[in-house]
Design a protein around this ligand. Structure first.
Ligand SMILES: [Zn+2]
Ligand SMILES: [Zn+2]
Length: 298
């Protein structure tokens, strides 16, 4: 598993690699523009080349680009839908330019309207953005289920994939906090196995592409998206250990989007803790299945 963090590219794209390296990241995630403004950041070929060079010289094996939160690909307002298409296309093209593992996208919101047409609208925008970019994959992130947000269930995520024409570039980013908040029990290995079986049978195992590890301040099924530091929320240290040690997550980029000690994001210590907690989870799984272990070898 490539454990890392969401980091800022303030001061230039290449700064994100530096911040990731300082934190011991093997994966990083960045916003490609200011998250509260539609205006795109103007990057040039030089910025991309320096980024690729710096990443190649670092331990960072995977880069995720998080599309900004303003986007609503499901909007029934023409202007918002158009701006969302432009911004998503821009994110994918930057992903193409820097060889990103994927762009991660919150699929959108139906607001107070009906869900089915909202899914159809989002699928249309996603298909168009993919058609207007080259090869960077797009991962739809499961959501906590607040308001009319799409992607709270695996059925909805599967419908979104279908609505976009089920292209091979479309995948899934699973967020541990959002899973718990939207009502999925993922804190024990058997429970997570069941949840993941259901997810992959609906969406397709080949689409599982990236992960967000966040603990959750809000309880199971609360539909509230509030991230906590690893081990300090409703998932707890054991729940995080379960998520991190899931065998089907092996090899995937897994970034923390946690507040950190002083709300400046994950620190080096937070990344080290996640690595340690993953080992705890792997050990617990081994002990349970070993002869004479808690499972009795049966
Ligand atoms: Zn997330
Ligand atoms: Zn979240």
């Amino acid at each position: 598993m490539l454990i890392g963090a969401h980091v800022s590219p303030a001061g230039g794209l290449v700064k994100a690699v530096e911040r990731g390296s300082e934190r011991g990241c093997r994966a990083i995630q960045i916003f490609n523009q200011s998250p509260r403004m539609w205006r795109p950041t103007a990057f040039g070929e030089e910025d991309f080349a320096r980024f690729v060079q710096a990443q190649g010289d670092s331990e960072i094996e995977a880069v995720l680009i998080h599309a900004v939160y303003l986007l609503n690909c499901a909007s029934d307002e023409r202007e918002i839908a158009d701006k969302s298409l432009t911004a998503l296309t821009q994110s994918l093209r930057i992903g193409d330019a820097i060889g990103a593992r994927a762009v991660v996208l919150h699929p959108g919101s139906a607001k107070a309207g009906a869900v089915a047409p909202a899914i159809a609208r989002a699928g249309g925008v996603i298909a168009e953005a993919l058609a207007e970019s080259e090869h960077c994959p797009l991962h739809l992130e499961n959501t906590a289920g607040a308001g009319g947000t799409l992607g709270r269930s695996f059925e909805e995520l599967a419908q979104l994939v279908d609505a976009a024409g089920a292209p091979a570039r479309l995948g899934l980013c699973l967020d541990s906090c959002h899973l718990l908040a939207s009502g999925f029990e993922v804190r024990r290995p058997e429970a997570l196995t069941d949840v993941l079986d259901r997810c992959l049978s609906l969406v397709g195992p080949e689409r599982l592409g990236s992960l967000h590890l966040n603990d959750s301040l809000s309880p199971l099924g609360s539909n509230r998206d509030r991230h906590a530091n690893v081990g300090e929320g409703e998932l707890g240290r054991e729940g995080c250990a379960t998520f991190l040690s899931e065998p089907r997550f092996d090899g995937l980029p897994c970034v923390l989007e946690t507040p950190g000690e002083d709300r400046k994001g994950p620190t080096r210590e937070d990344i080290e803790l996640a690595v340690t907690v993953r080992e705890e989870g792997r050990r617990a799984r081994r002990d349970r299945t070993a002869p004479g272990g808690a499972a009795g070898g049966l």
